[in-house]
Ligand binder design. Structure first.
Ligand SMILES: [Zn+2]
Length: 216
């Protein structure tokens, strides 16, 4: 399978941080990309960060096309108008979408202290489970960053699948799943090319490494 990862759709009102501008996708561009991936059974869709546009922009477009997606949310952002809250999570679930953890505070999951591991991995999962009234068994690493200790903690906490931003294809049996970040400069054509080019694993691996380095 090939997993695409989106962040915000359209223009959020808040000030963008940490390179978010590069990964905010225009509304029309988003619709065109969805048209390209509709009917491609190997494509999976994910959304990181819990932006308000998950519900206001992405959800209607996904539903219109009968597409499923998984949304990775940071519960410390509940109550901030620019991000989704508990009601939005329930709306996403009612619409048949999945909800996973993106950690509590959107910090890099590398060199975390034990107390941070407890907050980011264990507590965030519990808060999201309370909000969604369902088990939360998948996680996506903020900034695509992880280390061995974090992965061990994720396994111990019962996560059945963990998404990275390493780029390339993934197998449906992977526990650590590589995703491909959709950027502002992407288009329906570039995504179509990605789907075709990804038969060559070497080219995507180097692309993935570059992306990870950029966030570290
Ligand atoms: Zn993120």
């Amino acid at each position: 399978m090939l997993v695409l990862n989106f962040h915000c759709i359209g223009k959020p009102k808040r000030e963008l941080v940490d390179g978010e501008r590069e990964v905010c996708v225009d509304r029309n561009q988003f619709a065109e990309i969805l048209d390209v991936v509709s009917g491609r059974a190997e494509v999976r869709l994910t959304f990181d960060d819990g932006n308000r546009s998950d519900v206001s922009e992405a959800l209607p477009e996904l539903m219109r096309r009968g597409l499923h997606a998984e949304f990775f949310i940071c519960p410390a952002r509940f109550g901030d108008d620019e991000f989704v809250d508990e009601d939005d999570i329930r709306e996403l679930r009612r619409a048949g979408m999945s909800v996973g953890s993106h950690g509590m505070d959107h910090v890099r999951w590398r060199r975390l202290k034990p107390s941070e591991i407890d907050r980011e991995i264990v507590r965030a999962k519990r808060v999201l489970e309370d909000a969604s009234q369902a088990p939360v068994e998948t996680a996506a690493c903020p900034f695509g960053a992880y280390d061995r200790r974090t992965l061990t903690a994720l396994r111990a906490a019962g996560f059945r699948r963990v998404y990275t931003s390493d780029g390339g294809r993934a197998s449906s049996t992977d526990w650590l799943v590589a995703r491909n970040t959709v950027r502002r400069i992407d288009s329906a054509e570039s995504i179509e090319r990605l789907l075709d080019d990804s038969r060559d694993p070497a080219s995507l691996m180097s692309k993935g490494k570059r992306w990870v380095k950029r966030w570290r």
